[in-house]
Design a protein around this ligand. Structure first.
Ligand code: AR6
Length: 179
């Protein structure tokens, strides 16, 4: 686990499961355009939330790459789920700008809803094929850029599924925070 505190915001990278973060007010879904159950992060979140989540999502779909929408969390222990559609790497272009929009829009929705804590997965780095290190640079770079603008969000967590992934994020976090 790596933790930094900057502009009064705690930023941490942890290994774990996105649907097992009960202390976070919001969790982010690496969604599909239709906001349906799917695999990976979306599958884990929808299974844990129950069918009410898909029902709430239906009128909000479809969304475009880079966009984010917010719903309740149903049977999850959190208060909100923020659904982001990441870019399919090499197909939805420019992929870096679209991926940055996901993080920016999710943080903006958090501010608009008075959310204090938010956990992100590594959006687009699974089925959507975004290479991990460039994705980590976009994710953390966008989060760092937003820090001075945040007032309600005071805790940001990135949840990585496996130990190789967390090493990459820790290295990028160290670089960005000058350690
Ligand atoms: N908790 C945290 N991270 C996870 C989990 C989990 N439970 N499961 C996978 N990861 P992905 P994408 C990691 O494929 O690339 C879906 O089927 C995974 O190792 O979930 O944005 C949707 O329906 C990877 O590093 O999201 C969409 O169609 C990262 O989370 C499509 O896949 C993202 O993997 C979205 O693709």
């Amino acid at each position: 686990m790596a933790t930094r505190e900057l502009h009064g915001v705690k930023i941490e990278c942890v290994q774990g499961n996105i649907e097992g973060q009960p202390d976070m007010e919001a969790i982010v879904n690496a969604a599909n355009a239709e906001l349906r159950i799917g695999g990976g992060v979306a599958g884990a979140i929808h299974r844990a939330a129950g069918p009410g989540l898909e029902a709430e999502c239906r009128p909000l779909a479809p969304i475009r790459p880079g966009e984010a929408v917010i719903t309740g969390a149903h049977h999850l222990p959190n208060r909100y789920v923020i659904h982001c559609l990441g870019p399919v790497y090499g197909m939805d272009k420019p992929s870096d700008r679209l991926l940055a929009s996901c993080y920016r829009n999710a943080l903006q929705l958090s501010e608009d809803n008075g959310i204090g804590s938010i956990a992100f997965p590594a959006i687009s780095t699974g089925v959507f094929g975004y290479p991990l290190e460039p994705a980590a640079r976009v994710a953390l770079g966008t989060i760092f850029e937003m820090l001075p603008m945040l007032s309600t969000v005071h805790h940001i967590r990135i949840v990585l599924f496996n130990s190789a992934d967390i090493q990459v994020y820790e290295q990028v976090l160290n670089e960005f925070s000058g350690k």
